[in-house]
Write a protein that binds this ligand. Structure first.
Ligand code: 9UX
Length: 72
């Protein structure tokens, strides 16, 4: 089973920023798919809730140096 969450990410100013965030999310154990859109400042992440919580996903984004806020 999997869940999808959407996250607002603040502070990304170029495509390298969004690539860094996206790669970081994709490298997380339990993440099945991650897409980061620079223009909308949003990430969509499909993950296995048995392995990861959305709080851990937010923390992983913040560890890459950007502010992360859960949207849904
Ligand atoms: Mo682009 Mo982002 O030159 O931290 S990588 S601004």
């Amino acid at each position: 089973s999997s869940l999808v969450c959407r996250i607002r990410i603040k502070g990304m100013t170029c495509t390298s920023c969004s690539s860094t965030v996206e790669s970081g999310l994709q490298a997380l154990h339990g993440v099945q798919r991650a897409q980061v859109a620079l223009a909308t400042e949003e990430a969509e992440v499909r993950y296995d809730p048995k392995i990861l919580t959305y709080n851990q996903i937010l923390e992983a984004v913040e560890d890459t140096g950007f502010e992360a806020i859960l949207i849904s």
